[in-house]
Structure formats: structure tokens, C-alpha cells
Write a protein that binds this ligand. Structure first.
Ligand code: ATP
Length: 436
């Protein structure tokens, strides 16, 4: 039986993945395959944090069990295949009270139980587009799924779309949870142990921003999560957690996930709609424009239309890439299109080619006396103060600018990456330049 939940938490507390882990730790069923943390459209306005839905398959398991978590000294295991199906109504009766009990004020939980998965198209819509609750409910009713919405029931959308995921590119996340008495207090985690883990297990990713020793695996919110390590290899991940030193988790569990897949990115779009994320080929048409609050914009053209690409303060030195761009440079921009102001908020950038740029060679010399002439205004040329000779703008000597930017892929630092963004290390690439 497939089970999915979404939208049970709030910014003030809880975490839907914690609730799923609790359900698993306490259920009388076997877990079939890994539980799943499925990120959906990061631009939806209703998200609490990372727009993550949680799904799993339960039943009577077959094949050799494998440990993927622990709780109260017991192992949490999964089975590779389903031997016997369980009753849907029983599953609902068991889990619904738990969901109601843990639901946070202001959340709109969705709970779906089904013998089969929804069509895959619902995953792609969920991760790239905006869905109406009615179309999801109709689909679930047509396939005979059991659904429960609490509050306005919006969580049904995430639950159904998460359940519809068939992994194409997939990663893993090992999540560790805190003892309830510690929720809201400061977390202890040794930075050196995170550095060690990062170096020892290259199949893990987005652990730490090594340049500033800023740990990215541990949140600072009052939620139950102690830390989450992402990786591509289950064996490595299970070993990697042993390297970490600090607060002992009360429970831990490994999820299969679409994190780091770029599944949210729409390529070759015929129309551009806000609240979706795109990969767009563009020609840069302005130098970087600096704004209050440290955000930087470059103006570009995409298929003849002007578009502003933005990088915000948290993306730190990624903004240097924008500052180094010049009109005429060819780029591929990855990012979320916002409605107002209409900007493409950059997640990743590929510089395809850099243009030859000519810049003024400083103030021109007076052809009569040889002294430096002074500007008489923007594009109005120069005048010698001594001889009054005027040098028109188009006669000012120019030289080729030494460009610092080189073609290649650029991305924000670890702490500023989106859950769904595919980091360059997962693409077998690295940044050709480091801005320090
Ligand atoms: P957390 O990651 O902390 O669990 P969250 O960021 O996942 O929280 P939710 O509280 O689940 O945020 O809120 C997201 C809401 O948006 C859910 O109700 C979900 O059903 C809905 N939703 C998700 N994707 C879409 C979509 N593509 N179209 C419409 N609604 C969506």
C-alpha cells in the first residue's frame, strides 16, 4: 500500500519527515523500499520551507531486510519487495489519528493511501507547475485511492504528486532527529567532524561551505531535525553518519529523494510563466546593476525579450560572476521566474562565451600639448584645459578589456543552494574559477 503525507508542519515547529519517521518506527507493517522525500515546485507560495512531500510503501515484506535507520535502540529496516498487501482501511485507521495529533496550527495536511501510484504526469506537474486541488482529487477518486484532507486539505496535492514520483535521477538523505526535550535549543555538532566526513565520503554533497567553515547539514529552526546528510551511495551514507560528532540523535532514517536532480527546471519553454523554474539561453545586455540589500541584477535578452537575472545577498560570491559579465556574453541561466519584480532568480549559470569588450584607455592626451584631456560629459568627448582642443567620443583611444570570466558552469555556495538544484559535483563538473 502506498502512503503519502504533506503539509503537517509550520514554521514554528514540527517537520513532515519526522512524522513519517515516527509512523514507520511505530507501525506494525514492513517498509517496502526506501521512504521518499519528494521535493515539489520550490516556487509555490504555500510552502513552509522546502516544499517536501513524504511517501512510503507498506505491507508484508519479502527478500533480505536492510537497515536504513534507528529508533530507541531498534533498527529501522526496509524490504526490497512486497510479499503480501495490507488493507487500505486499516492503514488509514492506524495513521490518521497520528497525523491529526501532530498537525501544526495553520497547516493543511493531506493524507493519501493507494494500492497503485498516481500517473507520473502528476509528479512532473507537481515539481514544475501549479496544480488545482480539484484535478488532484478527481484523479485520486478515479484510481480508487483513499484521501483525507484536513484544514483546507491543500496537502493532498503534495501527497499525490510525491506518490507519483518514479525516480529518474535520484539521491539519498540520511535525516537524524532530536530528542523532544531538546527541540528549540541550540544544536551541537563538531565542524571538524563535518569536514572529515565531507573529505572521506565524496559521494555525499552539500555538507559544508569549506571556504567559511559553514555547516549546511544542520538547520537552525526549532524543528525536530538535528541534521541531514545528502549523498548518492547508501553504503557511504550509512558509514558517513558514524564520522559525525555532537548531539546524539533520538531517531534517524534514510530517504530516497529527488533532491539535487534539477527536475524542477523547464527546458525549451514555449511561454514563460511566473512561479516556475527555467533554463534559458540569453545574451547579456547590461553590466551588473547593484541594488540595496546586496542583490545584483544583469539585464539579458531571451528570444528578443528583455529579462532581469538576479542573485541575492545569501548567494555571496556567486554575485561576482554577474559582476564579471559584459554585454554580448552568451549565457545559460537556471532559475525561478518571479512575477513582481519580474526577475529570474538565479540558481546556476553557464557562461557559454565571453564577448570581446573594448574599454577606454583612460583620459586621452591632447594632440597639441600632450596633456591629459578632461571629459565634458557622458558621450560628449574630452577637452584639453590648456589648448581647448576637443576630442570627440569616437576618437578616444580604446583597448581590449582583459576579461576575468571564462566559459564554464558557476553555482552559489553550498549554503545558498536549493534542495532541487543539481550541484555541479553531481554533474561531474566544477567551477572553472573561484571567487574568494
Ligand atoms: P516542509 O518542507 O517543512 O515539510 P513544505 O515546505 O513542504 O514544508 P508545506 O507545508 O507542505 O510546505 O506546504 C506546501 C503546500 O503546497 C502543500 O499544501 C502542498 O500540497 C502544496 N503544493 C505543493 N506543490 C504544489 C504545486 N505544484 N501546485 C499546487 N500546490 C502545491
Amino acid at each position: 500500500m502506498y502512503v503519502a503525507i504533506d503539509d503537517t508542519d509550520s514554521r514554528e515547529g514540527m517537520c513532515t519527515s519526522y512524522l513519517l519517521a515516527k509512523m514507520i518506527a511505530e507501525m506494525p507493517y514492513d517498509l517496502i523500499g526506501l521512504p521518499r522525500l519528494v521535493r515539489l515546485n520550490p516556487a509555490v507560495p504555500w510552502k513552509t520551507r522546502g516544499n517536501g512531500a513524504l511517501t512510503m510503501r507498506v505491507g508484508i515484506g519479502g527478500g533480505s531486510p536492510r537497515t536504513i535507520g534507528g529508533h530507541d535502540g531498534d533498527d529501522i529496516v526496509f524490504f526490497p519487495r512486497l510479499k503480501k498487501e495490507v488493507d487500505a482501511d486499516e492503514v488509514v485507521d492506524l495513521f490518521l489519528p497520528l497525523i491529526e495529533e501532530h498537525q501544526q496550527p495553520g497547516s493543511n495536511p493531506g493524507f493519501v493511501v493507494s494500492r497503485t501510484k498516481p500517473p507520473q504526469s502528476f509528479y512532473w506537474k507537481g515539481v514544475r507547475d501549479i496544480l488545482e486541488i480539484e484535478e488532484v482529487e478527481t484523479m485520486l477518486d478515479d484510481m480508487g485511492a483513499v484521501r483525507h484532507g484536513i484544514g483546507d486539505g491543500r496537502g493532498i496535492i503534495g501527497a499525490a504528486c510525491g506518490m507519483a514520483w518514479r525516480p529518474r535521477d535520484r539521491s539519498l538523505e540520511m535525516l537524524a532527529y532530536r530528542d523532544i526535550v531538546r527541540w528549540g535549543s541550540e544544536r551541537t555538532l563538531s565542524i571538524s567532524s563535518v569536514e572529515r566526513m565531507d573529505a572521506l565520503y565524496p559521494s555525499t554533497f552539500n555538507n559544508i561551505e569549506l571556504r567559511w567553515r559553514k555547516v549546511a547539514i544542520s538547520p537552525s529552526t526549532p524543528c525536530p531535525v538535528l541534521l541531514g546528510v545528502r549523498g548518492d551511495d547508501l553504503d557511504d551514507l550509512l558509514e558517513a553518519r558514524k564520522v559525525l560528532e555532537g548531539e546524539e540523535p533520538a531517531m534517524w532514517l534514510t530517504f530516497l529523494s529527488n533532491q539535487g536532480s534539477d527536475d524542477h527546471i523547464i527546458e525549451d519553454a514555449s511561454e514563460l510563466l511566473p512561479d516556475r523554474s527555467y533554463r534559458l539561453r540569453m545574451t547579456v545586455s547590461s553590466q551588473a546593476i547593484e541594488n540595496k540589500g546586496g542583490f545584483v541584477i544583469i539585464r539579458s535578452t531571451h528570444l528578443g525579450q528583455e529579462m532581469d537575472c538576479a542573485a541575492y545577498e545569501p548567494s555571496k560570491e556567486f554575485r561576482e560572476v554577474l559582476r564579471a559579465l559584459r554585454p554580448g556574453d552568451e549565457i545559460e541561466a537556471f532559475g525561478e521566474l518571479r512575477d513582481s519584480p519580474r526577475t529570474l532568480n538565479l540558481e546556476k549559470l553557464r557562461v557559454l562565451s565571453v564577448a570581446d569588450v573594448n574599454v577606454k584607455k583612460g583620459n586621452p592626451r591632447c594632440p597639441r600639448c600632450g596633456k591629459a584631456a578632461k571629459s565634458v560629459g557622458k558621450d560628449a568627448g574630452y577637452r584639453c584645459r590648456h589648448c581647448s582642443v576637443h576630442i570627440p567620443e569616437d576618437e578616444v583611444p580604446m583597448e581590449r578589456e582583459a576579461r576575468i570570466l571564462i566559459p564554464g558552469w558557476y553555482e552559489p555556495p553550498v549554503c545558498a543552494r536549493r534542495h532541487l538544484s543539481k550541484p555541479l559535483c553531481r554533474m561531474g563538473l566544477y567551477q572553472p574559477l573561484d571567487f574568494v
